[in-house]
Write a protein that binds this ligand. Structure first.
Ligand code: G3P
Length: 217
């Protein structure tokens, strides 16, 4: 399973890149707005820091403008995956870009059949929003499971399941058990993945007992 960071905060990426667990980045218009910075500066700096895909979302909703935006984004860096919404125009753009070997991340996916459309449109990634499904009382992880079943049935469907809208470590665990290819994780949740009180307690005991030996390695 690959871990992407779900953020437009370059400082967070700089801080976490050395963990070795940052395989890519996903941004969206809300995250860019939250950064308070110019989108192009954020995107270029992200591409300079990470090896993996950097997802950047188009801003328009009509096909003609969306495809122009997508090509401008793609021209910035080959690491960029173009994020398009799961709409008829978005999937038309996806199909066109995929024939030019440009990575596409189809976002705002909330049903398995939407994910089937995205894969048939040649998506590199499909982003089912687990947390937002949970937020309205559904089990968002069922979405990941159903998409996995569908994609396994058809070898030709090459989209990667990118579990998105991750709210806590349990989502990461459940997405891994459900067979998601990627989880895009807020920086705060990535930091939580390390944590367990018994790990902390065990370290404290080992340090104390080692110090009592007076030895050095
Ligand atoms: O960036 C896509 C997705 O992960 C955002 O989810 O629900 O935290 O806005 P959310």
């Amino acid at each position: 399973m690959e871990f992407f960071l779900d953020t437009a905060d370059v400082n967070e990426v700089k801080e976490l890149i050395d963990t070795g667990f940052v395989d890519g980045i996903t941004t969206n218009p809300t995250l860019i707005a939250r950064s308070g910075r110019q989108w192009k500066d954020v995107v270029k700096e992200m591409c300079a820091i990470v090896e993996g895909p950097v997802s950047v979302e188009v801003a328009s909703l009509d096909y003609e403008t969306m495809i122009q935006e997508a090509r401008r984004l793609a021209d910035i860096n080959e690491k960029i995956a173009i994020k398009v919404p799961l709409t008829p125009a978005g999937l038309r753009v996806c199909k066109e870009l995929s024939t030019d070997d440009i990575m596409v991340n189809v976002t705002l996916c909330f049903t398995p059949v939407q994910a089937l459309l995205a894969a048939k449109a040649g998506a590199t990634f499909v982003s089912p929003f687990v947390g937002r499904m949970d937020d309205i009382g559904h089990d968002g992880m069922d979405l990941i499971k159903d998409i996995r079943v569908i994609y396994e049935n058809y070898a030709g469907l090459g989209a990667n399941i990118l579990a998105a809208s991750i709210r806590h470590p349990l989502h990461v665990l459940q997405a891994a058990k459900a067979g998601a290819d990627v989880a895009t994780i807020p920086p705060s949740v990535l930091r939580q993945l390390y944590k367990h009180p018994l790990t902390d307690r065990g370290i404290d005991a080992f340090v104390k007992d080692w110090e009592s030996t007076g030895q050095k390695i």
